[in-house]
Design a protein around this ligand. Sequence first.
Ligand code: GGG
Length: 351
Amino acid sequence: MSRIHNIAVIAGDGIGPEVVPAAMRCLDTVADRHGFVLRWTEYPWGSAYYHENGVMMPADAIRTLAEHDAIFLGAVGDPDIPDTVTLWGLLIPIRRRFNQYVNLRPVRTLPGVPSPVRGAENVDLVIVRENVEGEYSEVGGRLYRDQPGEAAIQEAIFTRVGVTRIAEYAAKLARQRRKRVTSVTKSNGIVHTMPFWDEVVAETLANYPDVELEKVLVDAMAAKLVLQPTAYDVIVASNLFGDILSDLAGAIAGSIGVAPSGNLNPEREYPSMFEPVHGSAPDIAGQGIANPIGQMWAGAMMLEHLGEEAAAREVVEAFEAVLASGIRTPDLGGTATTAEFTEEVDARLRA
Ligand code: GGG
């Protein structure tokens, strides 16, 4: 009897429907070889659904997704819909309702993918982004609309539980790596939430005396990441800082098109969600040239989460081997289409 993993698929918008099937094909191949089945159920949610129904996903979407072992997401974002609607109508509710409080974003130099930054040849770091609170909050409002005194207020929310558990996750991860956590802060300028973040992170890391903790201001961190990206191991950051730094780190490693992410509910009470870091890229959507690596790598993270570690490793090794052979999509300076690159990865997995 094969092991069966029930996966909800939301290809979403833009290049999502191009890279998601590419990754699914390779994941099915590896599943077959390893004697398990990925039972995909596709949900047509996202911006097209919004244009028809006025919502990004139906009212019972969370209940529907809860019946799966994991969620495989492509991209959300549409030039004709405000980004607040696409994010708060789909991505953020899923992260929150399933308590996916860790957004794990590995960044690593891949074979044959040159960094645009000199000296950044062997980047290997992980960004642990707090994923359900912080600066991404609905608390606030707009005042005195269309009047000269118009104003906007946006509150950030940091809880002791929230900061402790993300710091703990980072410390445990660092123990499996180079035992170093860099905590990103802005406690010189942001006088309530960030000193609280620093305090709780330091208290939590005190329980991990074998893990070195350093604290870096986010502005300095941006510069240090560009100048010396190989110096970092595990970076723990708030929702906003983690989001920004992971795009930067992905670009330093060669292309944001290769960066994966896992929205994890570590306690496994709810399904976790796996997606590339990149968005819907409407500028290249429909051209068949999107880089499927971010989606494939996110798929490998999903397999690892499902306990299929050997299969996960094979997926990563396969796209690394294809890159090493010189085949690349245009974002990496190559000429391969999404389909051609996928064909090569799939052939390696079958060999
Ligand atoms: N791959 C998912 C996606 O489309 N992300 C776009 C985005 O804007 N994400 C913001 C976030 O991760 O908070």
